[in-house]
Design a protein around this ligand. Structure first.
Ligand code: 13P
Ligand code: SF4
Length: 304
């Protein structure tokens, strides 16, 4: 693939710094195209932990770079901009979670990886959009508290016999995607398979043929013999889907499926990050160790 001059400059800086570039599946196409690895939020951090590179440039949002820093304390994790937040991660604080835990003694806290390190540190175990049901079923207790995503918790509750208490958080991008929009897109493309992210509302998920994380959707589309798909998640994923499957067609069902935080990092920001070695993501060690315990408990849950 031909690189434009700025993309070439990023690759040159990566070589000079012995760094690797990780990009989430929602990142702008010109960043995904020059990444060493693309993937979902947790997959990228697991890959980061296995790399021999000394420097990791994380193109995603801050909670994702934090997860990489939790798992890779010996590496320099750089986030090209500090203003890449996440609506969902901001719906909960460690202090608010401590208050709720005090009201629910003996109820384990299952925290979605889309959260900040201090919140993970208050949790018993983490989960992702790909393994939430498995993680909840792995716990001995009959009741769990899932935070911060209400929709992921409601989805999990439908696939487990446990009682799932939840936090009133959500991703505004997925939560604003309506059932009417999903129905209209299905009517316009009656042959298409509707894939949806579990962060969508229950009434939207009810219409989906496939409910997966971003990487799960990539695997499904790659393996499917179908040729048309409605993509019920942030529209950046369509770049990777289309690139991997040039003969298949992918439709975005709603203009609201655009996460501004995921689009903020530019090639210039990546060049500055590598030139200045900024912005280093550091987690206080006590917080990191507690958050690592919750992440590692999740990683120890056997796969189906
Ligand atoms: P995935 O972990 O499925 O990539 O999702 C991340 C995310 O931010 C969803 O909105
Ligand atoms: Fe956060 Fe939603 Fe953006 Fe994902 S899409 S980073 S959950 S605001």
């Amino acid at each position: 693939m031909d690189l434009n001059p700025k993309q070439q400059e990023v690759r040159e800086w990566l070589a000079r710094r012995q760094a690797i570039l990780l990009a989430h599946n929602y990142q702008p196409g010109e960043i995904q195209d020059i990444a060493d690895l693309t993937g979902d939020s947790l997959g990228l951090s697991i890959e980061a932990a296995q790399t021999t590179a000394a420097v990791i440039v994380f193109c995603g949002v801050r909670f994702m770079a934090e997860t990489a820093a939790i798992l890779c304390p010996d590496k320099l994790v750089l986030l090209p901009r500090l203003d890449v937040g996440c609506y969902m991660a901001d719906t909960i604080t460690a202090a608010a979670l401590r208050t709720r835990k005090a009201e629910l003694p003996g109820v384990p806290v299952v925290t979605y990886v889309n959260s900040y390190a201090e919140v993970k540190a208050e949790s018993d175990i983490c989960c992702t959009s790909a393994n939430a049901v498995r993680v909840v079923n792995s716990l001995p207790e009959p009741r769990v508290l899932m935070v911060p995503d209400r929709n992921l918790a409601l989805y999990t509750a439908r696939h487990t016999s446990k009682e799932v208490l939840y936090w009133q958080g959500c991703c505004n991008i997925h939560d604003n995607f309506t059932r009417a929009e999903a129905e209209a897109c299905k009517a316009a493309h009656p042959e298409a398979i509707f894939m949806a992210h579990p962060e969508c509302r229950p009434e939207v998920l009810n219409l989906a043929e496939v409910i997966r994380s971003t990487s799960g959707m990539l695997v499904y589309a790659r393996q499917s013999t179908q040729s048309e798909f409605i993509v019920g998640t942030e529209m950046g994923l369509i770049h990777a889907l289309q690139k991997e499957n040039p003969d298949k067609r992918f439709y975005c069902p709603s203009s609201c499926l655009l996460c501004p935080d995921m689009k903020r990092i530019s090639l210039d920001d990546v060049i500055s990050a590598l030139r200045e070695l900024q912005h280093v993501i550091q987690i206080p060690e006590a917080t990191r160790l507690k958050a690592l315990t919750a992440v590692n408990r999740m990683l120890a849950v056997p796969r189906d």
